[in-house]
Design a protein around this ligand. Structure first.
Ligand SMILES: Cc1cc2nc3c(=O)[nH]c(=O)nc-3n(C[C@H](O)[C@H](O)[C@H](O)COP(=O)(O)O)c2cc1C
Length: 216
């Protein structure tokens, strides 16, 4: 049994209690229930409060418990907190215009606001070891597992989170300004905060469409 997630059901807003959306069933959950409830919260629906420093530390620590062929730990975290989020948004807006000077104002504004919602954004960076006997694909997969584990850890602590990339993750100028080296890849921005409203569910693939038996 997992402890019930410490969902922040009432957050302080101007001294008054504010109910914050919760999408978990009441009562204790076992691990499979928890996985059944897993879903992302769109970043635009995330707001304060974000994780406290000790909660974030716990999330990041648990997110590193991933399969890792060769024990290379080929990933790192880049924290983009508070004011840094707005600065990153400004960088994206400026770069969007550089890439396409005729970009509509609304599109540029969307880029400017990309990191405004969730109080904490963590960029997960793959640090590839080129030429290693563990293929790069496996190193990338381990980093992808870190991203997913971080989503789960955030949800386990009662927060909402979403894994986003967008063009910025692949843009050479943005990558350089974030300090990524030539053998590093930006695997995603994990936006973490409190869900303002119940997270939408989406249709999930049916297992029958995805499972087949291999017969020799
Ligand atoms: C590597 C990766 C990058 C993603 N980037 C984006 C993105 O840029 N924009 C977006 O709307 N969703 C993106 N998504 C999808 C969301 O993270 C998320 O899966 C989606 O909102 C559905 O929610 P779910 O996790 O509950 O299925 C990405 C997912 C992955 C795995």
């Amino acid at each position: 049994m997992l402890p019930r997630p410490s969902v922040i059901a009432v957050a302080n807003s101007g001294g008054r209690g504010r109910r914050v959306a919760r999408w978990y069933p009441a009562g204790p959950m076992d691990a499979l229930d928890f996985l059944r409830q897993r879903r992302s919260v769109p970043s635009r629906q995330l707001g304060p409060p974000g994780p406290a420093p000790d909660q974030l530390e716990a999330m990041l620590t648990e997110a590193m418990r991933v399969p890792d062929h060769g024990k290379l730990a080929p990933w790192r975290f880049l924290r983009i907190p508070g004011e840094a989020r707005r600065a990153l948004g400004e960088l994206l807006a400026a770069r969007a215009l550089e890439r396409d000077p005729s970009a509509p104002a609304a599109v540029v504004e969307k880029d400017r606001q990309r990191f405004d919602h969730a109080p904490v954004v963590i960029a997960v960076v793959a640090c590839l070891v080129p030429g290693h006997k563990v293929p790069e694909q496996e190193q990338l997969l381990s980093g992808g597992a870190v991203c997913f584990a971080l989503l789960q850890a955030a949800q386990a602590l009662g927060f909402g989170a979403q894994w986003l990339t967008g063009w910025a993750a692949y843009d050479p100028v943005v990558r350089a300004r974030l300090g990524l080296g030539p053998d590093e890849r930006l695997l995603g921005f994990i936006h973490i905060g409190t869900a303002r409203e119940p997270a939408p569910e989406r249709q999930r693939p049916a297992l029958a469409d995805k499972l087949s038996d291999w017969t020799p």
